[in-house]
Design a binder for this molecule. Sequence first.
Ligand code: UDP
Length: 408
Amino acid sequence: MQTSAVQRSTLGLHTLEQYEALIGAAAAERIAAKADRVRTMRVAHISSTFYGGGVTELLTPLTLMMNATGIETDWHLIQGTPGFFGCTKKLHNTLQGTSSEFSEAEKTIYEQVVFENATRLHLDDCDAVIVHDPQPLPLIRHFSDREMPWLWQCHVDLSSPHAAVWNYLRQFVEQYNAAVFSLPEYGQHLRVGQHFITPAIDPFSAKNREMSDRERREFLGNYKIPTDRPLVTQISRFDRWKDPMGVIEAFRKAREQVDCTLVLVGNNASDDPEGGKILEQIESAADEGIIVLSVDDPTLVNALQRSAAVVLQKSTREGFGLTVTEAMWKGAAVIGGNVGGIRHQIKDGWNGFLVNTPDQAAARIVELLKNPNLRKELGARAKESVRQNFLMSRLLEDWLDLLSKYER
Ligand code: UDP
């Protein structure tokens, strides 16, 4: 196999030393020294899928890198049924603000499946357990005689959760030693401690690594993506909060002024049952200038983010928005929804644009398509802000700092 094919086919084990060229020797040494202090800890992460979505994108490089720095780090999955993931998707939606009740029957399915998973988890050897998102949250109830700290990390946009559902989940959250949120504004009134850790990307992964123009063009060709007109793209799970219909509306308006092609790419997380329905909606709204691809190919994501004149992430809720970070890292001109984590990454007019409506998005698409210099300027600043704030080495350091507080 060629080297690039090998790179594309591995999980991507990268060491701190590889980050030196990006973050400087002093930062790499500082992080290594912090790793030394917690090296004797054994850490377990628990989530609900290896496939799709931001949590997987974070845990894959983070858990590998923690092991590469000498901290024994495991990653356990909980298993679910379609009924269970239907319930947890509802929890996800209500935490992001949808108004609907979580019925007694749904609570029973949710809690019973988590209990069944708990019977198979043997965590006595761990020094810290980190549970991700609502799916495995109630696990804590079944480890009441634990000696090690348990932390719950919530990755969703918690700016306005549905009150009744949050109150139901809070009874589990408050059994943890602390909760970890992506942004300070997601903090809640809790009887336990709260920490804030912002996500980050792996610059060496298949999705983010450097790519030659030839390889980039080859990849677009493989997927029959035409390059005769400027490309506008959004790459996201097919999810209502990513506002794909708003993207199509904005694109149609923009196209009245500047000819362009829209490419919508999405994959499906195995713990997200709503993707198929949203994909159907998108496909029935698409016309011949709109290409919709349902594939899971990180190199295509890389090639598209590098090739697009405009990258959109027009979310209406967004815990953080790794797709924004990924595109900014490639020096793309990004238009993001003015919500959640996107607001922490894009400073409007400085390293990208923030929009509230499809009309605003359309106007910014036109402006960017007409002005290549503006795209370059925004993109250069975008790349630098990711280098400074959102690389995996920083995420590792944040976790080392947090774990050192709980060292026994
Ligand atoms: N992603 C992907 N292919 C797709 C859609 C998304 O690889 O077709 C990846 C994307 O590159 C990012 C992650 O899935 O790394 C999504 O994370 P984000 O924080 O943007 O959103 P989430 O899915 O967690 O809501």
